[in-house]
Write a protein that binds this ligand. Structure first.
Ligand SMILES: Cc1cc2nc3c(=O)[nH]c(=O)nc-3n(C[C@H](O)[C@H](O)[C@H](O)COP(=O)(O)OP(=O)(O)OC[C@H]3O[C@@H](n4cnc5c(N)ncnc54)[C@H](O)[C@@H]3O)c2cc1C
Length: 457
């Protein structure tokens, strides 16, 4: 299903032969494209490798609120480190003026609108108050609203942060001048970050610096990002005949909704869940909710999934201390519009050896160095997946996760058996086909939440 953003047709070649390049960015979504853009603005020779066509990944499935107000993130971060919370807020707040200046400079028509941003709760005023207090403590110009009316319903509480924005991300990105080399249909199938060699189906690219901007990092080791985050799916629908909402809206619930206007459309998004546990009735629920606000017709429905980190902060910086010339930008927790622009500039500064005040916030190994308490919420566990997720052949082997014993011996024995089955027939572990460790973990048969602090490995 297609989103409301018009996709760009394939227009760049596919790489062939043995190539040598200065800086190679892998991934042509908002993160990779902006990184390539800022690097090339500084005069670097950049090559971008995109597996399919530009912006065809998560960026095409976004709802494109550019916002520093991000659920309950600040009340959580401030408890752990007020300094990190402050820097994170600053890193997100700077996104709107930065986008604005680029849009003005390159005269890009992309429906950019400055908006007030609302976070509301139908259940608990307390959480909203806590988030408001955290934002105020960080110096935000936020406003607390007691029992406001939101779309005809009485909410318990809401908070408003002015000066946020919405736009059409594909029009914006397509409007930026690409003064760098682009390859499409260039899926990197092998990456040696130590030797700095990337292989696609028909080409080998030797690079001096590599940026992995593939949303989910494609290299398992070093880095071990597959243990540090998981994919979460969100659903979106567009319905015509929307009234002017007078702002962008989000709720405090993990599976709640966000709302924005796009022309006369209402875009509603939400009902998040861990990827792989889909339930088709989500669209019906979303359309029903959207139609309580917008009177028109159903226009589009789509879903996509983004990376969610266990401590609420993205990973942007060196890929690993073992691969010092490689960089990563990932883990946006569904706030990639604001974070990508700050992250792309951060990577540009890192590659040029320049200081950047946000380096410590996103860098693997610095922010909250060594803390484990964040992860205690999600202890490592093997969990029974929904029975229908297992292929029939798998069920026939009488291998189930019934029972909830958690002792390590039991877990290890299960893991050994899974390994054995996987070796015998990897196809049983669909839907992710690649025989990578991350595919194994991300195939949704497990919830992973290792107490892995932000240590560079
Ligand atoms: C439904 C939904 C709504 C959202 N709404 C918002 C919002 O309102 N505001 C907000 O801030 N954020 C939002 N987000 C999050 C935001 O859209 C994402 O964080 C952001 O788009 C991620 O961009 P990216 O560049 O990391 O990923 P992508 O856009 O997926 O880019 C990665 C690219 O890498 C390519 N690639 C992958 N593997 C390879 C390979 N091996 N070789 C070469 N190329 C490869 C892919 O084809 C892809 O084009 C939303 C997310 C979802 C799912």
């Amino acid at each position: 299903m297609k989103s409301v953003w018009e996709s760009t047709a394939l227009k760049y070649p596919s790489p062939e032969g043995e190539l040598k390049r200065e800086i190679v960015v892998v991934g042509g979504g908002i993160a990779g494209y902006l990184t390539a853009f800022f690097l090339s603005e500084k005069g670097a020779k950049v090559t971008l490798l995109e597996a399919a066509s530009l912006f065809s990944g998560v960026t095409r499935g976004t709802t494109a609120h550019i916002e520093a107000l991000q659920g309950l993130v600040y009340s959580d971060l401030i408890k752990k480190s007020p300094e990190t919370a402050g820097l994170y807020f600053e890193s997100q707040q700077r996104a709107v003026p930065k986008y604005h200046s680029l849009i003005e400079k390159y005269k890009i028509e992309c429906g950019f609108e400055i908006e007030d941003d609302y976070l509301y709760s139908m259940k608990s005023a307390e959480k909203i108050k806590r988030e408001y207090d955290a934002l105020k403590a960080l110096g935000a110009d936020a406003l607390y609203l007691d029992s406001p009316e939101i779309f005809g319903n009485k909410a318990r509480a809401a908070l408003m942060l002015p000066g946020q924005a919405r736009f059409d991300p594909l029009k914006f990105l397509s409007g930026l001048p690409a003064k760098f080399e682009i390859f499409e249909r260039a899926r990197v199938i092998e990456a040696d970050l130590k030797k700095k060699i990337l292989s696609t189906e028909k080409a080998t690219v030797k690079a001096e610096k590599i940026v992995i901007a593939t949303n989910f990092p494609i290299v398992d080791f070093p880095g071990a990002y597959f243990l540090r985050m998981y994919k979460s799916t969100s659903y979106a629908v567009a319905v015509s005949g929307s009234p002017e909402l007078g702002g962008m809206y989000q709720t405090d619930e993990e599976d709640g909704y966000t709302f924005r206007n796009h022309g006369d459309l209402l875009i509603a998004c939400g009902l998040d869940h861990r990827t792989g546990r889909a339930s088709p009735e989500k669209y019906e629920k979303l359309i029903e909710t959207a139609k309580t606000i917008a009177a028109g017709e159903f226009v589009a429905a789509w879903s996509s999934n983004d990376c969610v980190t266990f401590d609420g902060l993205p990973y942007i910086g060196r890929y690993s201390k073992k691969a010092p010339d490689s960089y990563v930008i990932t883990g946006f927790n569904k706030w990639g519009m604001a974070t990508a622009i700050t992250g792309a500039e951060l990577l540009t500064n890192l590659i040029y050896g320049l200081p950047d005040r946000f380096e410590d916030v996103f860098f693997l190994g610095k922010a909250f160095f060594g803390r484990g308490r964040v992860h205690k919420k999600r202890p490592f566990r093997l969990k029974q997946s929904r029975p229908q997720k297992y292929p029939a052949a798998f069920e026939n082997r009488r291998f189930t996760f019934e029972g909830r014993r958690r002792d390590s011996l039991f877990q290890r024995e299960k893991a050994r058996r899974v390994q054995r089955y996987r070796r015998a027939d990897p196809s049983l572990f669909s839907p992710l086909p690649a025989p990578r460790l991350s595919a194994y973990f991300q195939s949704q048969h497990f919830d992973v939440g290792l107490p892995l602090p932000r240590l560079a490995v």
